[in-house]
Design a protein around this ligand. Sequence first.
Ligand SMILES: O=C(O)CCC(=O)C(=O)O
Ligand SMILES: [Fe+2]
Length: 262
Amino acid sequence: MSTADLERFVNLEAYPLQNVKFVQKCNETLNIEGALTLKNFLNEETVEQLVKEAKENQHKAFYSNSTHNIYLTPQDENFPEDHIFNTQITSSKGCITTDQIPDSSALKTIYKSDIFKKFIAEIVGEKILYEYEDPLSSINVHYAKEGQELGWHFDNSSFAVTLLLQKPLGGGIFEYVKNVRNSESGEMGFKEAEEIVSGRSKPSVLNIEPGTLVLFRGMNSMHRVTPTVGDRTRFLVVFAYNAKPGVSLSKSAQKTFYGRVA
Ligand SMILES: O=C(O)CCC(=O)C(=O)O
Ligand SMILES: [Fe+2]
């Protein structure tokens, strides 16, 4: 695949994905800030087309409400009920899966592009990135209707790639605090996490517009998306990759996130 395929959708003039200096700058920003945002990564026509597709497929979305702790793990009775480890957070959203996105979609061209994958890999310090083996998990579109939100959490994967397609009238703000925990050393970050959840510590905010590409390290940076306000639904694409080939999302996670198993 050449740049010609990507050029139809991605602003390669502003963001030369194969330029060593540019990639290095992105890598530095991600490491320093914990997040990288590339505004107008998608061109306007592509955002419009993808919003249209997202609307056409919205009726297929699986809506879930869940309560979870910030670590997305089961409760642990070795900690008191009111300990931050056991504090229950609510999240609610709709989601469609890779197999529900048309093969002709720009999302599939970008996600599968060797140039794009290499760009992301270099920024996050992996050699090669692979698609998910199962037909559901590689590309998801999230829908957050009025009142829906993603509560404070850490991701299970070391990095996340997202594209905002439609911004709500109010709310839907991405807030984060860098390096609250250290999953490598096992530092859980209880004290800081408690201050964030209770609202005593103020998070950073990412300014994300439709067409912005976001890369963030969600495994150690605690983050949330505030409730959508107003009747324009938030549409957000998540691209998920693996550092190894042949990985599928666990069947239980598929059931929780998608309401079905591939
Ligand atoms: O909706 C977003 O902007 C972030 C999504 C997210 O944090 C997640 O899916 O884990
Ligand atoms: Fe997340």
